[in-house]
Design a protein around this ligand. Structure first.
Ligand SMILES: CC(C)(COP(=O)(O)OP(=O)(O)OC[C@H]1O[C@@H](n2cnc3c(N)ncnc32)[C@H](O)[C@@H]1OP(=O)(O)O)[C@@H](O)C(=O)NCCC(=O)NCCS
Length: 243
């Protein structure tokens, strides 16, 4: 699977070069953001999403249509019947866009924020096992909190429910035997088998995680840059040869 990193230096450039691919609804959605930074982040990640899906499916970015599932997960409405799964996450000045075939995929990224009341934020969301991992990490529990939080969101975004449906019934736990940064998930004590779950090291004070319903998925991190979408670049050819 591919995880695309869209970061601050290219957000403005993606906005100006790709905004024309957005639908009327998406433009209205963008206008509803009060802060210019948030608006630009939305435009950049949504237009980059369109551009990349367009390459994967050999479709024009502006021809794609999205809808959302019952709990708000964006899905492709057109082209119909595609095998491409995707998910998006963002935090201040950084977005991750994940793509894979024939599976469910969820991704999350968060920046460390000072002064969070860790015990209360996770209440009702973390399982008893996760609560005990967090308690064991006190008083310096920021890293443990961020790790559990991003894993949990990645898993629940892959399942499509987000945090709405019984988040505390799922547990995410380290799985060092599977490799560095690997974790596994269970629901009410039963292991969710056949999934690849991993942390994404994205630099200091930024934590990412992804969950995908594929056994032993191979993940490639790709960085968005203007050459990604520049006309006449060999990028499309290279990408299509990878997939
Ligand atoms: C949806 C949710 C998982 C987002 O988490 P977050 O950390 O705030 O935000 P992230 O940056 O990680 O993810 C945002 C992206 O997730 C995607 N998303 C939204 N709902 C989703 C869901 N149920 N499952 C998977 N992905 C979802 C969207 O692509 C969104 O990107 P966009 O802002 O460009 O449209 C979280 O807010 C949640 O669980 N909320 C409860 C569900 C909810 O309120 N749904 C609203 C409609 S019913």
């Amino acid at each position: 699977m591919h995880v695309w990193v869209l970061d601050e230096p290219v957000i403005g450039q993606a906005c100006s070069s790709l905004v024309h691919t957005l639908s009327q609804d998406e433009r209205q959605h963008a206008q509803a953001y009060r802060h210019e930074g948030d608006r630009n982040n939305f435009i950049a990640r949504r237009s980059m999403l369109r551009w990349l899906i367009g390459v994967y499916l050999r479709s024009r970015p502006e021809s794609l249509r999205f809808n959302v599932t019952r709990h708000g997960k964006p899905a492709l409405q057109w082209p119909r019947g595609t095998r491409l799964a995707f998910n998006v996450s963002h935090t201040d000045g950084l977005a991750l866009l994940a793509f894979a075939l024939n599976c469910r995929v969820g991704i999350d990224v968060e920046r460390q924020i000072e002064g969070i009341d860790f015990a209360n934020v996770g209440r009702g969301i973390f399982s008893p096992v996760e609560e005990s991992v967090l308690a064991a990490a006190r008083p310096d529990s920021a890293t443990a909190f961020l790790s559990i939080w991003t894993r949990k969101e990645a898993l629940l975004k892959a399942l499509g429910s987000g945090l709405l449906v019984e988040p505390a019934s799922y547990t995410t736990e380290d799985a060092p035997a599977l490799g560095e940064g690997r974790w596994h998930a269970s629901k009410k004590g039963t292991r969710i088998a056949g999934w690849t779950c991993m942390d994404l090291g994205l630099g200091p004070e930024v934590q990412g995680a992804l969950a995908v319903s594929l056994d032993d998925a191979c993940v490639t991190l790709c960085r968005c840059s203007p050459s990604t979408w520049a006309e006449n670049s060999s990028f499309e050819t290279n990408l299509l040869s990878v997939i």
